[in-house]
Write a new protein. Sequence first.
Length: 550
Amino acid sequence: MTAEISTHFIHEKIEADLASNKTETIITRFPPEPNGYLHIGHAKAIHLDFGTALKYNGRCHLRFDDTNPAAEDVHYVHAIQEDIRWLGYDWGDHLYWASSYFDQMENYARQLIEKGSAYVCNLSQDEFKSYRGVPTEPGREPPGRALSIHENIALFDQMKKGDLAEGTYVLRARIDMTSPNLHMRDPAIYRIKHAKHHHTGDTYHIYPMYDFAHCIEDSIEGITHSLCTLEFEVHRPLYEWILNELNLYRPQQIEFARLNITYMVMSKRKLLQLVEENYVTGWDDPRLPTLSGMRRRGFTPTAIRNLCTQVGCTKFESLTEIERLEACVRDDLNETSPRAMAVLDPIKLIIENYPENQTEELKIANHPQNESFGTRTVPFTRECYIEREDYMDDAPNKFKRFTVGREVRLRGAYCVICTRVEKNADGKVIALYGNYDPETRGVNPLDGRKVRGTIHWISAAHACDAEIRLYDRLFTTENPLADKTTEFTEFLNPDSLQTIQAKLEPSLAKAAPADRFQFERVGYFCADRDHTSEKTIFNRTLTLRAAKKI
């Protein structure tokens, strides 16, 4: 993996810290909560965290912030690790868990209680909200603030032992109930959870809140630059307050704008809703912005990293057009995908002057601009499949494909002239008939022969039957969450998945799951994870060109 080479305000700050000898080794961290799958928004954070460490010869920690046992699962842990590695990054020996620090965090919480900087509160969430108030008016002091240190220690011990019910008590930091920043108005730092933890089992009955745990984890691990998305900017005073109160090393927290893309939702909660309510087939559904879904669809890690580099790192929220992501994917796939032929809407082409029982093995280049891809052997016979759209009755002169009396070149094979058409009782074309010129086998289209069109084809006798899944955007509107009065699922695209049966050249049956191809003149496709030699399944990654905007 090469280092992140772009420079932005975060890198400028880091370079200033290095120049002033404030720090010698840059240490960043990527801190996912294992309660869902990573999506392309996380990819920007991964690219920034790991890429920055690479750029400055530092290191990046992967740390699972597993502080909420009710929502977390080891399945998500494995999925997150797989996605990060797929993107091209690795944490080496630096894999950490918030749960590994639970005993230290509890001791730090006790220190806050003992110095009068934390107290146990028995107000419900709704009750505390009324005490906390609004930013423009001071809040009221909760009753728990009057408890003695001894009483607070005793209640905290009861919380720890599991003697108290969930939701009855929390430990709060005693800060400032008049602060204009609501996060500084005595925030909860510990709560009771009687749930089995995926990593620690039934050891604990109390768990730290993320805001309390995160800064302590950063401090313990010696993180130099804690890179967070903009919503954590208002949390930074609490981050610094906790570390100052505990007299701990304080990393520098820096916030940046998250990646948002049109026609997508990035909320884990909403993605979970789509999965659980069966709007999609799972977390790796190719219509989702999850990294596993994009991988299954055929998007490449290089394309995603290139997008992250292009959008850069700013302090301003923005909405990136999906076309920009798709352009990155097309650019990479155009360079890296071998070519193959597939007919998605087949009709037969019968070459009447070609020997009935003959099969030729034609060598066709796997990539028109890169000889290193080599060639493949494609069988050619008297009967072929071509695309239905490659024929038109009484075609205008600008139509460069088949009509009666017009000659067309079959890719890598021969020139064929259409002589007649067969239609069914409804007038639908079911077969074309034509004659071929045996002198034109594999002739270069630039040989001087005036054949205006070149089309792809499949030998009917050797065609591989395949299930093709045509994926499109999951939503019909650029920002499905913009209209607060309408449930976002109302904007789901009913045509986001269409399944068709197609004819493929036989070599594609041997493709391995996740193999990518450009189906000539059709688009980019990827063998699905369920693809086998007995059941050929391909997912459309993208069409060859972006759709025209209306």
